[in-house]
Design a protein around this ligand. Structure first.
Ligand code: ADP
Length: 219
């Protein structure tokens, strides 16, 4: 199967980290930035890195940008450039365009252009860190919608050796434990008979209010 190809435009903190992680995951990555130094710094770490202005349509065309499976506009600080780049990528026929927004208004503008996915790294990381700070056993937090989330939580001492049926999270709190990560491996869709050991990681899905109650009353 052909490896998916990504183009990351804007190699600042977010773009360069994204580009390197995609490489680590085994994908081909073209990095683009108008700053020569930035491109030089990352050139050994991605498949190709080029100095180019992403608001220049001819340059994007000559890079064969429409052949990439996914282009990520990782330019945040300069909103005008971010929007112009996103428009050009769409017009050139790129299948999937993802763009980083630095504010709600920036995100709304990108949404209106029909960008396939708008991400808010700073806002999302702020929310995650806040949750981690107030819930010591919380490892990660992903918002699925305004009402629903998935959280990863360490099993605390008070739940050691308890089965999922004893915990009874679905009936008591309305949230479901959809996976359990144990030393021996991950159990997907654990059953009522599976037991929790201190230090295991529970992956819990549910409404935010229900997850909050679970955290307050159980953890
Ligand atoms: P971060 O906050 O993730 O560091 P920035 O918005 O500060 O993101 O960085 C954006 C990057 O995008 C910078 O490296 C900058 O040189 C690059 N950039 C800005 N405008 C263009 C452009 N027109 N074409 C290509 N790269 C650009």
């Amino acid at each position: 199967m052909k490896t998916q190809q990504f183009a990351v435009i804007g190699l600042g903190r977010f773009g360069s980290s994204l580009a390197q992680e995609l490489m680590e995951l085994g994908y081909e990555v073209l990095g683009i930035d108008k700053n020569e130094e930035v491109v030089e710094d990352i050139s050994e770490l991605v498949t190709h890195a080029v100095v180019a202005d992403s608001t220049d349509e001819e340059v994007l065309r000559s890079l064969g940008i429409r052949n990439f499976d996914c282009c990520i506009v990782a330019i945040g600080a300069d909103i005008q450039t971010s929007i112009l780049t996103a428009i050009l990528l769409k017009e050139l026929g790129v299948k999937t365009v993802v763009a980083k927004a630095i504010s709600v208004l920036h995100g709304r503008a990108l949404d209106k252009l029909g960008i396939d996915r708008v991400v808010y790294p700073e806002r999302d990381m702020g929310i995650r860190v806040a949750h981690q700070l107030v819930t010591p056993n919380l490892l990660d937090y992903i918002e699925l919608s305004d009402d629903y989330s998935i959280v990863e939580m360490k099993v605390p001492a008070c739940l050691h050796n308890k089965t999922l049926s004893t915990l009874n999270a679905r009936v008591r709190f309305g949230c479901s434990i959809v996976a359990l990560q144990k030393e021996a491996g991950v159990i997907i869709a654990p059953t009522a008979l599976d037991s929790l050991q201190m230090g295991d990681i529970m992956v819990i899905i549910g409404m935010n209010d229900d997850i909050d109650r679970f955290e307050e009353e159980v953890i």
